[in-house]
Design a protein around this ligand. Sequence first.
Ligand code: AVJ
Length: 389
Amino acid sequence: MNIPNPGWAYRDSWYRRRIDSRYSSCDLFHPAGHGQDPCTAAGLCPVSIEKVEPPPSLIPYPGKRLTLIDCLGTHFRSDMDREIAFGLSQNHKSIPSKYFYDARGSRLFDEICTLPEYYPTRTELEILHKYAAFIMSVFRGREGDLIEIGSGSDLKVRKLLEAVPRHGLRKIRYVPMDISHAGLVQSSLSILRDFEGLRICGIIGDFTCHLSRLPGGRKLITFFGGTFGNFPDPQGIELLENISRIMGPEDRLLIGIDMLKDIAIMEAAYNDSRGVTARFNLNILNHVNHGLQSDFRLHDFEHRAFFNPDGEQIEMELRARRDVRTELRRIHMHVHVAKGEAIHTEISRKFSREKAEGLFRSAGLSPAEWYTDPRGWFSLVCLKANHSS
Ligand code: AVJ
């Protein structure tokens, strides 16, 4: 991509930004968990999305078509400390998969998406390409927000925006939400350049706790990439419930899910011959080293990914080749990983249609449309909220 580089010093240090007390933290939101705005819960004045200016370091955006809202601030730092400490102190050690996505991790994931073995992204794009015009017709003649949670790269939203006639773009505001500051700015700038008239409000946030910061008008929410598959049932349902709570009667949620298929095909997608997935998996230790001041050595660990038929999911882990000891100096915590022990890093669930429909139903959502590819490898499901129908 050809992006003007304004010398972003913050590229790799996005969690080192200044404290802004107006911004919410996961700590404030989780215990409540009832969809209450975390600012309100903390007795703070809620921030109206339109009124927040981008931090001064992030100027100049073409024609003020881009606004950025930072929900992470330095809270991300303490959330990361807490979550990593928790995961590594358990009997079965784990690191939450959201920590894959530092700057290098995001680049490696983009590379994964181009691998011959990694079918999900390609298949999802193929489905999107075919049905984009139909999906985007919800905006016909009306203003509205196209919200993308866990936006990552801009490939998928491009397919949707390309299907909108030129004059239609002025009525749409694109609202990407992502945990990666650098990635969000980069893809927003590239979209702004190619889609004249479109406005963007980028939200730097964690969709497991900042959904209440999304704008409240008419919307199509997209949740691509099968990221939903990273969550076990209870968390997945809770996330969908939280999404359904912010949906009005005409709003829709477009969600991508990877379907059950031949085991060899699923396993190959996570064990590519060029070893990109292995580098992606191992890189989570770089992120931990950087964030918590530890000294995990990547070559002490081995990438493993396999299909677990009981959970109907791919499980990814890092297995210690030898006894490993390190200190997370930032929080004074010693970690011992015994030779052969695994640190669990990701689950990626593969669904049957019945299983997925059951989860949607438990969260108060029902399918309005179900799009898939000819082989039925991946699905995009357009959901509506039952409470408002
Ligand atoms: C972005 C979470 C959907 O589970 O397939 C790719 C991440 N992990 N290769 C997935 C991933 C290993 C991906 N998701």
